[in-house]
Design a protein around this ligand. Structure first.
Ligand code: XMP
Length: 519
């Protein structure tokens, strides 16, 4: 399949570049900027995009491409498009000049396009574009041609006469650049001549063949199924590929939402006909281990360890019962891989998100059929394979479950209160028809008692917080400005119907600086 590689120079929009290229029908992958040249050669890309980034090319430790990169692309005639920092990097490499502006240019600018070109095909003489830069090119190297400029930026797009090196100062990957998709499509179609083969239906057929080939004809696979979108889609895809040779393990850790353990079993066992679906009720193990634990990270650690213990015990049992269990499947998706790679470089650990850390001595081989896909692609595949909409569109739910939504220690009583409140919230949000527009909506139990009055009685009960956020990728999120009347209804119902709560508050914090979850 034809392929575009996006080299990541640390820009905030790198992900979007890869996304847009895929949306335009060409497979794309993000790699670190300094990846060794032979790794790039192995990938055999048809075109390369150099992303933006926060640095200046003259900085002492500015990120560079690895040695031999430009020789390789010139020799193999692989077109390159530099965006923002990538735009500067090409100019710097070929001997042009870049200057720092006194003020950063940020926002919409009018791009002037004096002449037609393959890159800007379909652009009028003036087009709005989104700028975000501190440096700019002031002198071009030999054999480069200026394609566009703005009032403050003398060179805003260029190409080299060899038709291989292109660059833009602005960001075509963001929606604020209305013709950004046209520009990227021009790069893919007019310059790279990439075949548009990235279609999910083809991907599904191909992946089923790959899984069959990888797993073999007798071997079996174990999958930890949480009931979330990713593991559910991985399950249905594997089931399609290898049928009953897939063994799913579903652990009830006692921290799930109301009725979740029944719903997941019903979906997979009854609706989808999974025969080897193994349900483990480990509620008591988890609750015992979590008794009196208040620290959020400690909770996560305990839950992670306990999960592995329970999961391992079951897999060892299954391995004895069913010969040839050779693989462990995981629902890892593309952003998980990128995030993990990125966080290993940055020092600050914000939360230990990733739940399933595999034991070192594990002998099963890992299979991750969704590891090249974005979330919406995963959802579309799930739909295509017949997974119920309820699972596909379900809001994300953290691995440690309600444990991170009960502040302080976890008890059965608190879990019960939280489940009841949360059920009402979700019911009302769905009834109002806004569930699918929200990233997440959930209740949080706060171990704080306040005074209230119910009928003629003074009450002294717990506090419930409602968290509803809108987000695209959970990296940033805004609290949802939902209708007051709806909030009022939710609050009255929770206070009236949930024993143990007499006050409801709405969280109006954005991320950053707050996080989506409370712990
Ligand atoms: P925060 O709270 O960091 O959450 O803004 C971002 C997204 O990640 C989810 N989340 C988790 N998911 N294990 C998970 O699998 C965790 O420990 C965890 N903590 C937060 C959260 O629900 C949100 O979607």
């Amino acid at each position: 399949m034809d392929k575009i590689i996006v080299l990541d120079f640390g820009g905030q929009y790198t992900h979007l570049i890869a996304r847009r290229v895929r949306d335009l029908g060409v497979y794309s992958e993000i790699l670190p900027h300094d990846i060794k040249i032979n790794k790039i050669k192995e990938k055999n890309p048809n075109g390369i995009i150099l992303s933006g980034g926060p640095n200046s090319v003259y900085d002492k430790n500015s990120p560079q491409v690895s040695e031999g990169f430009f020789d390789y692309i010139l020799k193999e005639k692989i077109p390159v498009l530099g965006i923002c920092y990538g735009f500067h990097l090409i100019i710097h490499e070929f001997g042009g000049k870049i200057e720092s502006k006194r003020f950063k240019e940020y926002g919409l600018s009018d791009l002037n396009i004096p002449n037609a070109s393959d890159l800007l095909d379909g652009f009028e003489r003036k087009e709005p574009v989104w700028m975000s830069h501190g440096d700019q090119v002031v002198q071009m190297p030999k054999d480069f041609e200026k394609l566009a400029f703005t009032d403050t930026c003398p060179i805003a797009a260029y190409k080299n006469i060899n038709n291989l090196l292109y660059g833009v100062q602005f960001h075509p990957e963001v929606k604020h650049t209305p013709k950004g998709d046209i520009l990227l499509n021009n790069f893919l179609s007019n310059i790279v001549n990439a075949k548009k083969e990235w279609k999910l239906e083809n991907w599904i057929d191909q992946e089923i063949v790959n899984i069959r080939k990888q797993v073999g004809i007798n071997e079996k696979v174990i999958l930890g199924l949480s009931g979330g979108v990713d593991s559910s889609v991985a399950a249905i895809l594997l089931h399609k590929a290898i049928g009953e040779r897939l063994h799913c393990i579903f652990v009830n850790n006692g921290l799930l939402r109301k009725n979740e353990e029944f719903e997941v079993q019903q979906t997979f066992k009854e609706k989808l006909g999974f025969k080897n679906f193994h349900y483990i009720d480990a509620e008591q193990n988890f609750l015992d281990k979590l008794e009196n634990v208040e620290d959020p990270e400690e909770k996560r650690k305990i839950i992670g360890h306990e999960f592995i213990k329970v999961f391992e015990k079951k897999s060892i049992k299954l391995e004895k019962e069913y010969p040839n269990i050779e693989y462990l499947a995981q629902g890892t998706i593309y952003p998980d891989r990128i995030e993990t790679a990125a966080t290993s470089k940055s020092a600050a650990k914000i939360k230990s998100h990733h739940n399933l850390t595999l034991p070192d001595d594990m002998t099963l081989k890992v299979i991750e059929p969704l590891s090249d896909l974005y979330k919406d692609e995963v959802r579309r595949i799930g739909l295509n394979l017949g997974l119920p909409k309820g699972i596909i569109n379900r809001h994300p739910f953290p691995g440690p479950g309600l444990a991170v939504r009960i502040i302080g220690s976890i008890t059965k009583e608190r879990l019960e209160i939280l489940r009841n409140a949360d059920t009402i919230l979700i019911e009302e949000i769905k009834k109002a028809g806004i569930y699918d527009n929200l990233w997440q909506a959930f209740c949080v139990f706060l171990p704080l008692k306040t005074v209230g009055i119910m009928g003629d009685f003074r009450t002294y009960e717990y506090l419930c917080a409602i968290r509803i956020v809108e987000s695209l990728d959970a990296m940033t999120a805004n609290f949802a400005k939902i209708d007051w009347k709806l909030l009022e209804k939710i609050s009255s119902r929770i206070i009236n119907e949930v024993k143990g709560i007499n006050r409801v508050v709405y969280d109006i914090s954005n991320k950053p600086p707050s996080t989506i979850e409370f712990e």
